[in-house]
Design a protein around this ligand. Sequence first.
Ligand code: PEP
Ligand code: MN
Length: 356
Amino acid sequence: MLVILKPDATAEDLERVLGRIESLGAVAEVHRPGEVLIAVRGADINPQTLVAMSGVETVQPSAPGYWLASRRAHPEDTVVRVRGRSLGGDNPPVLIAGPCAVESEDQLLRSAEAALEAGAQMLRGGAYKPRTSPYSFQGLGEAGLEMLARVRERFGVPIVTEMRDAATLELFQRYDMDVIQIGARNMQNYEILRRAGQAGRPVLLKRGPATSIEEWLMAAEYILLAGNPDVILCERGVLPPASVATRYQLDIAAIPIVRRLSHLPVIADPSHAAGARDLVAPLAEAAIAAGAQGLLVEVHAEPCQALCDGRQALEPEQARAMMESLRRHRYVPDASPVAASGPAVVPWRGERTLRR
Ligand code: PEP
Ligand code: MN
């Protein structure tokens, strides 16, 4: 059971509620992520004995395991703001694009350029890659974070990158990575979730391929409870039945369901769901049509050379075509707010220019 106090509840109100819970033989645990939440365990208490007490906002007798992430707690959509970009609410869908992994400075720059030319408002790229095989490319580690920081300096665009281990949070803070991604494999690693809650920057939380929507929202709850309100949920495909030809199966229905249950922004990753580049654009369109507030898409300057997830990475031209198609269908506006905000031209290698 969860007892939620009113914002103006006094210390005396809290003491009285805790006293009542203990007198009924239960154990109370107080959480203060801004508001005061009391988790009650150990005895069956009639909610009516608490609901009328001074300072009590609401009592959730059979709480689903998340409260802060729920629309009941927070009816308005959360909008996550990152370096002038707004994700969530009624804002146009945000494209986050870039390579699966940071492989070299040159690969990152050229892939970033392709992503930005297509209309990306944030760049993605993993410096720490969680790989199924220990013999696969594991990422460049800190050197990759350094390259991401340099690419941000060059293009002035926020960086989204995965934190694979809780112990590396200080490095993500030192290089000022804008959004911390928590991957599908780690989204139930509670130490990482708690640390991400203390990171002081937005968190992009993927859904695990075998987790329910409720489990996903409870994972988000860990981050919110640790004091970080800026969580972006990312649907990236669940385990498909044997007959399905894609790597995972994008759970399109999860998008409107989560938007109903939660105020947190929801985006979709069609790349990992599809596992094949030709399927990325149609899945991206389906996700936006279903209400996704952004896309996380893998784009690589030369996918056939990629050290990770090359088969699903869009070629630069395909990334542009995907965005063209989204614009034609009016899923995204003609000019992104970033492009419209100023014609800053950033020269690169003295031979090409990029508008951002
Ligand atoms: C990724 O985004 O590159 C990644 C590893 O994704 P996921 O955690 O969804 O497998
Ligand atoms: Mn990948």
